[in-house]
Write a protein that binds this ligand. Structure first.
Ligand code: SF4
Length: 420
């Protein structure tokens, strides 16, 4: 559960019945996708996690036919293009026996506009179709810029040539983004975990579990401190503070950094000693999941002070968890926004799917969670969409620090060597 595996995304695209699902099954050697000659068999995108020998861990998407014309087809098309945005490699499956190649042309253009690496897979159903390939290349001249392989996706004998083709031609640059680049051997790191009604039984949340694992793996010492947030916020906070200070001062060595749940920033911004670094789980995750784009989320917070009555703000969480009374995204952040900027409109986007560009344009600010439950590609594709519309964006941890004042914001970014 804890470990995030960096996988590259392979998206399989094409028109209905070109053989996309057969290709998916050929790669994965399973009946991951239903293969049926009925048009539109792939009702939605199918995903398979697969270790591609010689290349690495992959996430493979089998998408619906781009040429479906029903209303549902429109939705499927949107989904297909959202998968294309997240793909590191596009496999365009073409049945050369078709009469026109407009859907293929559309996919080629879209992939090229987005600078995607694309390979063309000619899927031969009948021997005589081989001679039609030159006709396809005449009709879609851009295909000549992309490597191609000719095979029959329903024949097992083509599996090895296909995987070898991918292995030999796919150029994938893995970004080595460390989760906690500042962690040093033999040092103490305190994790502040409030544990409220939303906290699941018997496990840490993913950002907490990943942090604990990373610190331990790097020969340092993670210490989990359950903070009683209600007590810490009450008038009788002395006992809770004394308990916290006993931990900090009782280790025989100063902890290097306190990593707090962002919702406890109102407390930690005051309690964290000057000589100990401070950051939040949400900030750690957004830096990791966005492959080092924390600075952009930090810059986005400068737009907070420009908010005015009537502005719309989108709060985005990349998962669907049970939301109870003091939920951070639906209660705590909206309460702060309403108090500081009366009259702003607040909307939410929960889960793995993100709104299409057309509805995004109206927001004056987007506040995103750490994004730990989606892939890096999905998060980065969201960032690209948001940036294409020039919408300022920030992150839960950055926001909840900034509202505690400039010093708190400066402190949580310092360990990342970011100043704003
Ligand atoms: S996806 Fe977002 S809200 Fe859900 S656990 Fe991860 S950081 Fe938290």
């Amino acid at each position: 559960m804890a470990k995030y595996i960096d996988r590259f995304n392979i998206g399989i695209f094409g028109r209905m019945n070109a053989g996309k699902s057969s290709l998916m099954n050929l790669i994965t050697q399973h009946n991951t996708s239903i293969v049926d000659p009925t048009p539109g068999t792939t009702a939605d995108t199918k995903t398979a996690l697969y270790e591609l020998h010689g290349v690495g861990p992959a996430r493979i998407f089998d998408t619906a036919g781009i040429d479906e014309s029903s209303t549902l087809g429109e939705k499927k098309r949107d989904k297909v293009y959202s998968v294309l945005k997240e793909s590191d490699l596009v496999l365009l499956v073409i049945d050369p026996s078709r009469k026109d190649f407009l859907p293929e042309k559309e996919i080629v253009e879209e992939a090229r506009n987005r600078d995607k690496q694309m390979f063309v897979v000619y899927n031969i159903f009948k021997e005589k179709d081989m001679s039609e390939i030159s006709k396809v290349e005449e009709e879609v001249p851009l295909l000549k810029f992309h490597k191609k392989i000719i095979l029959s996706a329903d024949k097992q004998e083509y599996r090895l040539p296909l995987t070898e083709f991918i292995k030999n031609n796919f150029e994938y640059e893995k970004t080595e983004q460390k989760l906690l680049p500042f962690v040093e051997k033999d040092e103490f790191y305190i994790m502040i975990i409030p544990m409220d009604d939303e906290t699941p039984q018997e496990r840490f949340l993913r950002p907490q579990a990943m942090t604990e694992e990373y610190i331990t793996r790097h020969w340092a010492y993670p210490i989990a401190y359950r903070l009683d947030l209600n007590a810490a916020r009450s008038e009788n906070s002395l006992n809770e503070r004394t308990r916290f200070e006993k931990l900090i001062n009782g280790l025989g060595k100063r902890p290097k950094c306190i990593i707090t749940d962002s919702q406890a920033m109102d407390i930690m911004s005051k309690w964290c000693p000057e000589d100990i670094a401070l950051t939040t789980f949400s900030i750690i995750m957004i830096q990791f999941m966005s492959n080092g784009r924390l600075k952009k989320f930090a810059d986005g917070i400068k737009n907070l002070s420009k908010l005015k009555k009537g502005d719309s703000i989108l709060i985005v969480e990349a998962c669907n968890h049970d939301r109870v009374s003091e939920d951070i995204g639906t209660v705590q952040i909206p309460a702060i926004l309403n108090r500081k900027f009366p009259g702003v409109e607040i909307e939410h986007n929960f889960g793995r799917e993100f709104q299409e560009n057309k509805s995004l344009g109206k927001y004056s600010l987007i506040i995103h969670c750490g994004g730990c439950m989606i892939s890096k590609q999905k998060l980065i594709s969201r960032i690209r969409d948001i940036e294409s519309l020039n919408i300022p964006y920030t992150n839960y941890g950055v926001f909840l620090s900034a509202v505690q004042g400039e010093n708190a914001l400066r402190k949580v970014l310092q360990v990342w060597e970011i100043s704003i």
